[in-house]
Design a protein around this ligand. Structure first.
Ligand code: PEP
Ligand code: MG
Length: 633
């Protein structure tokens, strides 16, 4: 059979005996005939060498924590595999045609994705799509699948057969690059199977179990928002980054999330029992009874901790030496609002208005915007709520936005946030109108995202004045009190504070974007997102500069990035002088515990010695300080 080994035939005897030459020849002939039969039926690959137990045994993966919570539930594949049930074709010609059409459609859809560059919406990287394109256009792949159909298989069975063969071959490769490409290839084959069977992702989210743990290679924030939050317990991503927007949305939902869970898709079966430990970044697939017992204990411990946080809910966040640190929550959806009270926060430090736009299928109307903003103000009552105007673009795409205008090499540095708002002022004016109307007779605080220069702030602020004038002209009631501020998340703005601060009512540091720009390291790219430590002398000195300037001008300053939600990071922020931080609601308890156990003046003195260090990180020094002084971090 073309000199290829298709298997090994073993002949054994109970007792020792000698084989004659004729017998050996006869056995060789049998082997040859068998090889022909096997090859003709193309059974190789269809018969697994041994039962695949890898998806039945318990399996443990050490990933990275993206959202700190613990979840026990059942696995749901974001991009489900298709189970091929019909193997034998009734009409081979028809199957050949179906296969060719599906491959053609698949190629088209990948070209479309690459062309629209709606990459970040889908959470995919260009490199991955390019690998898809390469595989999808590989003539050898199509040829092998067509050959398989010609042996009598259905198109689906042929795709699966070739997928299994290729997987077996690539899995043996030692080169990690090739093993990575195996994921690309697997994704692509699954896409082709879905193309053939017409299984769509939407049809599956309808059947979500009550304790769903979504497993995906990566995804964008809008896709996570598509799931029914009530049924979502956890999220596991094979890739992803902790400050990517999907992780932020996961934290806002309070769902346990682990990222960089290597090879999870290879080992998980839909419906598998699964434990996601968002504290440690661990994932247990099909956990043993012992693991389940230990996690039940851990869950009880967490519940006790939650009780402790609850007990201090009404207490102020004041340090041992009497400094008050105001703790605010970040929010963005109606479902977030009850968290404000539950967490015992001082107010809403960041309301991400774009989330309403991202979950809608069409642009929210003026009335819909007013309704949401009113609900936020109602819930906040006397507490302040800071609305950030639309922060879209980058990885926050609107499904109904015309993307053809957005062909960008570097979307994070591209046409986003205030840039879109100033270039399309109707959108921003509409939103400001909604905000002013919702806050009639009340206090309103508004800030703009991604401001890079004072001139941008001034232009945005002028639009607010225009809308105010318009309201007055029509005799409508205006807010009783209005504060306008800006996010500081582009480093250039930190060097214009002398001109900026006299013009603003407050400043809010967006550390997620600020630090990705400071280090030139994409917050959504797993290869570089955690390459630099936020607790570095560079970051601390930079933030210190902003704190000092704001103090000089008496401008209220908040930090609303993810940094403030981690007790050790929050401790460092207090130590460099910040007295207002905004975080996801679940972080309020642990951060308040930290504040109440901290002597901040001692920390300030300690940190004076850190700013000038040549170290890449001062995390260890800060952790040692916390340990030595009994700070709960
Ligand atoms: C930030 O950049 O830190 C921020 C708070 O805004 P977002 O995460 O929504 O970009
Ligand atoms: Mg930002």
């Amino acid at each position: 059979m073309q000199q290829a080994v298709v298997g090994v035939l073993v002949v054994q005897n109970r007792t020792k005996r000698h084989y004659t030459e004729e017998e050996v020849e006869a056995l060789q002939t049998v082997a040859m005939v068998l090889a022909e039969v096997v090859a003709a039926a193309d059974l190789i690959g269809a018969v697994p060498d041994e039962p695949d137990l890898s998806r039945q045994m318990p399996y443990h993966i050490a990933g990275t924590s993206f959202s700190e919570s613990i979840a026990l539930g059942h696995a749901v594949l974001h991009e489900p595999r298709v189970h091929v049930t019909k193997l034998i074709a009734e009409d081979t010609e028809l199957e050949l045609k179906r296969l060719e059409q599906a491959v053609y459609a698949l190629r088209g859809s990948i070209d479309d994705m690459l062309e629209t560059e709606d990459l970040s919406h889908a959470g995919e990287h260009r490199e991955v799509l390019q690998a898809y394109r390469m595989f999808a256009n590989d003539r050898g792949w199509l040829q092998r699948m067509l050959e398989a159909v010609k042996t009598g298989l259905t198109a689906e069975a042929a795709v699966e057969r070739v997928q299994n063969d290729t997987r077996a071959r690539l899995q043996r490769a030692a080169d990690p690059y090739i093993r990575d490409r195996l994921h690309d290839f697997d994704d692509l084959a699954n896409r082709l199977l879905r193309q053939l069977t017409g299984v769509t992702l939407a049809s599956l989210s309808a059947n979500l179990p009550n304790d769903a743990i979504i497993i995906a290679r990566n995804m964008g924030p809008a896709e996570l928002l598509d799931y029914d939050k009530e049924r979502l317990r956890g999220l596991v991503l094979e890739e992803g980054a902790p400050n990517a927007h999907v992780s932020i949305v996961a934290r806002a939902f309070g769902i346990a999330t682990v990222g960089r869970a290597e090879d999870i898709l290879e080992h998980v079966e839909p419906g598998d029992a699964i434990i996601v430990d968002g504290d440690t970044g661990e994932v247990y697939l099909r956990p043993s009874q012992e693991v389940i017992a230990s996690y039940s204990e851990k869950a009880r411990f967490r519940a006790r901790k939650q009780e402790q946080y609850k007990a201090i809910r009404g207490e102020p966040a004041v340090t041992l030496d009497g400094e008050k640190v105001d703790l605010y929550v970040n929010a963005g959806l109606q479902v977030d609002l009850p968290h404000l009270d539950e967490a015992g926060a001082e107010g809403i430090g960041l309301f991400r208005t774009e989330l309403q736009f991202m979950i809608a299928s069409t642009l929210p109307s003026l009335r819909e915007q007013i309704e949401l903003y009113r609900a936020v103000l109602d819930e906040a009552g006397d507490k302040p709520a800071v609305f950030r105007t639309l922060d879209i673009g980058g990885d926050k795409m609107l499904p109904y936005m015309n993307l053809s205008a957005l062909k960008e090499e570097n979307p994070a540095l591209g046409w986003r946030a205030i840039r879109i708002s100033l270039d399309r002022p109707a959108l921003l004016r509409h939103q400001i109108r909604a905000l002013l109307t919702a806050a009639a007779g009340r206090s309103l605080r508004v800030m703009f995202p991604m401001v890079a220069e004072v001139a941008e702030y001034k232009r945005a602020r002028a639009l607010v004045d225009k809308e105010l004038a318009r309201l007055k002209k029509f005799g409508k009631e205006c807010p009783a009190h209005l504060e306008i501020g800006t996010m500081l998340e582009v480093p250039s703005l930190a060097w214009q504070l002398d001109t900026l601060l006299p013009l603003v009512d407050f400043v809010s540091i967006g550390s997620n974007d600020l630090l990705q720009f400071l280090f030139a390291s994409d917050r959504g790219n797993p290869r570089v997102a955690t390459r630099y430590d936020f607790l570095s002398p560079a970051v601390l000195s930079f933030l210190r500069h902003i704190v000092v300037k704001c103090r000089e001008y008496g401008t209220p300053l908040t930090l609303c990035g993810e940094m403030s939600g981690k007790p050790l990071e929050a401790m460092a922020l207090a130590g460099l002088g910040l007295r207002r931080i905004s975080m996801s609601p679940a972080a309020i308890g642990p951060v308040k515990m930290m504040v109440r156990s901290l002597d901040v003046s001692k920390l300030e003195t300690f940190m004076d010695g850190l700013y000038g260090l040549p170290d890449r990180s001062v995390r260890e020094q800060l952790a040692s300080f916390a340990e030595a002084h009994g700070v709960a971090v």
